[in-house]
Each structure stands twice: as C-alpha cells, then as structure tokens.
Design a protein around this ligand. Structure first.
Ligand SMILES: Cc1cc2nc3c(=O)[nH]c(=O)nc-3n(C[C@H](O)[C@H](O)[C@H](O)COP(=O)(O)OP(=O)(O)OC[C@H]3O[C@@H](n4cnc5c(N)ncnc54)[C@H](O)[C@@H]3O)c2cc1C
Length: 404
C-alpha cells in the first residue's frame, strides 16, 4: 500500500487532467451557491438543483460509481481513477458520496453484493447514473442503537409484503425515490434470523413522511400503514436481512474509507494569520499555535485511518476493526475541534458564515462536534464493535463483514 498518494501511477495523470478540465467546465455557475455539508441546516433549492444536475452529468459518464461494471451504469475503471475523481471533487468541498443528497453510495454496493441479477439490472443503473435519491430508513423509536430489535413488520401476502411500522430520524429535506429499509419478516423466528431488507418505492400508498427538526438539520419520521410492497423489492432473500444489514452498516460505520482531505484546518490557519488581537496576528500566540498543531496531528491521523480503510475496502480485505476505530476517532476529534475553535476564536466560532462552504464554517464545526456523536449509531456502538472485533470479552474475535 502506497500511503503517499502524491504521484499518479502511469497513465492516470492524463485522466486527472481530463477530470480537472471537466470539473472546471461543469462547476461553472456554482461560485455563488450557499454550499452545505452532509447534515445541514442551510440547504437551499438552488444548491440542490445544482447538485442533482451535477450528479446526472457525472452519472452519465459513469463517474459517480467509477468502479462499477458498465452493465450497471458504472465506468468499469480502477481504484486509481476513483481516487482521482474523489480528490478532484474534494477541491470543491465535495466527495463522490456527497454530490447529491442520497445514501446511494452505500445502497448501490450492498445491492451489488446481495441483489439478484434481475435486481441489479433494474435497481442499480438509475441509482448509479445519479437519477434517483434513496434514504436510509433504519432507526426505530424503540430500537435506536439496537437495530436488530426491528418492529416494523413486513408480512408476506402472496406476491407482496404488507409493511406496517415507524422509522425515525431519517432522510433529509427533499423527497426520496426509494426507502432502503430493514423490516421484520417473521416475528416467530429468533433475533437476527427474522429480518428482511426492502428497497421500497417511496410513492406507494400508505407511506407518510413527517418532518423532524434537529440540531444537525431536517430529518423525518416515516410511517408505513399496510404498505403493499411487491416481493421483487426484497434484497438478499427471505429472513436474511441481518446479513445485508451487516454489509450496509460496515460501510456506514467507517469501513467505506475515504481519500479526500478535510479542508477545515487550512481555513483555521488562514483565519489566525489574518485576524489581529492586541495588535498582532492570532497566530503569534503560542497557545493558538499549540492548539492548531494538535488539530493538524489528529486530522492527519484520521486521514491515514481513512486511507487505510479505503484501501482495505477496494482490495476486498476489510480491516477487522478499522471501521469502528476510524469512526470513534473521527467523532472524538470533531468534538475536541469544536472546543478548540471556541478556545481560539471565542464568540466568532459561534456565528454562522454563509459566505463559505459549510464544511469550513467554524459554527458548523462547533455544532457538528456533539451533533455527530449520535448519527448512524453512537460512540457506544463504535466501542462495542471495536471491542468485539479485537476479541475483548468474547472467546473469539468477530470478523468484519465482507464489503464491496
Ligand atoms: C444527525 C443524525 C442523522 C441520522 N440519520 C439517520 C438516517 O439517515 N437513517 C437512520 O436510519 N437513522 C438516522 N439517525 C438515527 C441514528 O442512527 C440513531 O440516533 C442512533 O442509532 C442511536 O439511536 P437512538 O438515537 O435511539 O439512541 P439510543 O440507542 O436510545 O441510545 C441512547 C444512549 O444509550 C447508549 N447505548 C445504547 N445502546 C448501548 C449499549 N449496548 N451499550 C452501551 N450504551 C448504549 C447510547 O450510546 C446513547 O448514549 C440519525 C441520527 C442523527 C443524530
């Protein structure tokens, strides 16, 4: 594994030039947009339209899922091409996973692994081309971290499942095309063997979506009231939902990896060089420099965890505890960074700056610290997975589920 990721391998330099030129052309018109981060309180119609349009254009080239086979809408390229796309998009504060509001980045690989050939041919191309938006619909009011304690029932009735139940804290501010959902298909079976995974068209009768306003932005409750879902939407087979869930959760919980760089630190340095206090730049204060050094060390450590997991994922050799380790470290680092920014900037760190991309907005970073401790499982979930994968408290080490 090459950690440097500085020089492109032979033949890839030309691709980088092509992508850079393409992005210069296709990001035109985005300069004045109010850019938002993944979980946001500042989404707006103009930005949303731009992102969807960009996703469509990237998708038509196969560049949203560059390594996916062409028959499912991908470009059939290599990890080096994907790395180029990720790093060039990062220059605009975006990642492939974040070009438009959808959880497709996780759903598509899970369908690739668990879907039947028929399902792959029907479900993947529109998703991979960036034409549809999918929400991840897992959390239930009584379940929370205990995802397997799923009470939303999907009982088979002929060629349909009849789905009834409630999910909470899901989605975002724009309506979805599909709901990617864990359901209980057989309440009489033991835990983990009683679940199914449904890819539910969001326009079916009996689905109600109700907004929930949260610190990190708009989420929703979804109510299923006797929704008749054709059986072709069951992914992974009868009562096999927990295994599908494991692939999904491993990707969500850090196993996906990442190569983009977090741009926050550059803005912090710039701010401290330009902002004067008592006649001199903030950067001349020894304590400020120490704090920035701590931030840099942790951001670089996180970058290495991300790169390592990215590499393990694409070599189909999931790191046993790498996902949970990365996620725990990231959450704790963001919490500490929120405190550090307030220490450096005082009240300035609490004022939104809509002129900058939200990923480098100090107020967002401060809010994200505590806000992200609770999304996609909690710190306790991270610790639990980490411990099990290390073999702590159990006779055998738990394996990482296979990802794709
Ligand atoms: C910003 C945000 C975005 C989200 N987006 C989505 C989404 O798109 N889709 C979706 O399905 N869900 C989403 N969620 C929900 C999220 O997955 C849940 O909040 C999370 O799984 C925790 O569940 P809970 O909130 O019910 O807390 P609980 O599980 O009730 O946890 C409460 C407390 O108990 C602790 N705890 C729980 N179990 C254990 C244990 N075994 N050992 C020790 N301590 C434990 C927890 O750490 C926590 O401190 C989102 C949440 C947030 C905050």
């Amino acid at each position: 594994m090459d950690f440097s990721l500085q020089a492109d391998p032979p033949g890839i330099g030309a691709f980088r030039k092509e992508v850079r030129g393409w992005l210069q052309e296709n990001m035109r018109g985005s300069e004045g947009l109010r850019w938002s981060a993944t979980w946001s309180t500042r989404e707006n119609e103009e930005e949303y339209r731009f992102r969807r349009h960009l996703a469509g254009r990237l998708g038509r080239k196969g560049w949203l899922f560059p390594m996916f086979p062409a028959e499912y809408g991908g470009a059939g390229l290599t990890i080096h091409h994907q790395t180029v796309l990720e790093t060039e998009l990062a220059e605009y504060g975006l990642g492939l996973n974040h070009v438009f509001y959808t959880i497709a980045r996780i759903v598509a690989p899970v369908i690739l692994k668990w879907g039947s050939e028929e399902q792959k041919r029907e479900f993947l191309p529109p998703m991979v081309r960036g034409e549809i938006s999918v929400w991840q619909v897992l959390t239930e009011p009584q379940g929370g971290s205990d995802v397997a304690n799923c009470q939303t029932r999907a009982i088979r009735d002929g060629d349909h499942y009849v789905v009834s139940g409630q999910k909470v804290m899901v989605g975002h501010h724009k309506p979805p095309d599909f709901l990617w959902t864990l359901v209980c298909t057989d309440p009489s079976r033991p835990r983990h063997e009683n679940l199914g995974w449904l890819h539910i068209p969001a326009n079916l009768p009996g689905i109600t979506i109700q907004p929930m306003y949260m610190m990190m932005g708009l989420k929703n409750s979804v109510f299923f009231d006797g929704v008749r879902v054709p059986v072709k939407y069951l992914v992974g087979g009868e009562n096999n939902g927990w295994r599908v869930a494991n692939t999904h959760l491993e990707l969500e919980h850090g196993g996906e990896g990442r190569v983009g760089v977090d741009p926050l630190i550059e803005r912090v340095v710039e701010y401290c060089q330009k902002t004067k206090i008592a006649g001199g730049p903030l950067m001349e204060d020894e304590r400020v420099r120490d704090t920035i050094a701590d931030m840099m060390i942790e951001l670089n450590t996180l970058r290495r965890f991300n790169q390592r997991n990215y590499w393990h994922r694409f070599t189909r050799d999931p790191h046993p505890y790498g996902g949970a380790q990365q996620r725990y470290f990231q959450r704790m680092m963001r919490l500490r960074n929120g405190e550090r920014l307030q220490r450096i900037m005082g009240c300035d760190a609490l004022v939104q700056d809509l002129a900058v991309h939200e990923v480098v907005d100090f107020e967002y970073a401060v809010r994200t610290g505590p806000g992200q401790l609770h999304g996609g499982g909690t710190l306790d979930t991270d610790r639990l997975i980490f411990a099990r994968r290390l073999g702590l408290g159990r006779p055998t080490k738990e394996q990482a589920p296979e990802t794709i």
